[in-house]
Design a protein around this ligand. Structure first.
Ligand code: NAG
Length: 211
């Protein structure tokens, strides 16, 4: 009986701790401006002395400038780096797309993303969990805002004939970025037969997909 109760308490604590770690932890102070020179290793970045903090630690300039899209994807991104955002649970970036440029299939394991279209027309979409694997997509235009739920694989693709750009926000200071196609270019390599089984194709196709 006592062991039953312990089991119930243990499961309850496990649920509570899962809830507590479902997003970035809440701040315990007004701010914790990241101190890049600190050698302390914690979950996040250590704070600099608040007395040494000035407005520049909360400022980023230049997000109006398009990023370079002259690459095979036709896609460029600029992540806003603001030390004053440390521990505050959000992040921001700009993405630019040449015509037919794509932010390829990827996921942010730690954040929901919300994208605002500044210009252009983009086909955007994400895929729900197994076993449904439902593909949810939309063509979005200037002024439209689209959500990519936390952890789901998604993409943005410029379907217009002119450049497109977006501002994206994240519900974590460090969303993480996992690109699906990088499975074929890991270091060291995932063995061919494992990828062939996973994608149910011949190993020769896996060799073609390697960078
Ligand atoms: C954009 O990137 C390409 C490829 O790296 C480079 O050749 C080109 O000079 C860059 N353009 C600008 C405006 O920086």
């Amino acid at each position: 009986m006592a062991s039953h109760i312990l089991l119930v308490i243990a499961s309850f604590l496990a649920i509570i701790s899962a809830l507590a770690t479902a997003s970035d932890p809440s701040p315990l102070q007004d701010f914790c401006v990241a101190d890049p020179s600190s050698s302390v290793r914690i979950n996040g970045l250590p704070c600099m002395d608040p007395k040494l903090v000035n407005a520049n630690r909360f400022l980023f300039r230049g997000l109006h400038v398009p990023t370079n899209t002259s690459n095979p994807l036709g896609f460029g991104a600029n992540s806003v780096r603001i030390p004053g955002l440390n521990t505050l649970g959000i992040a921001l970036a700009r993405g630019d797309f040449a015509p037919r440029g794509v932010a390829p299939l990827h996921t942010h394991p730690r954040a929901t993303e919300i994208a605002t279209v500044l210009e252009g027309s983009l086909l955007v979409g994400f895929v729900t969990s197994n076993p449904e694997n439902r593909f949810i997509s939309k063509v979005v235009q200037k002024g439209d805002v689209f959500v990519f739920p936390k952890g789901l694989i998604h993409f943005l693709y410029n379907v217009g004939d002119s450049p497109a750009s977006v501002i994206v926000s994240f519900s974590s200071q460090d969303p993480g970025f996992i690109v699906v196609a990088d499975l074929f270019g890991t270091n060291p390599s995932i063995p061919n037969d494992i990828l062939a089984k996973a994608f149910q194709v011949d190993e020769s196709i896996i060799r073609q997909l390697r960078p």
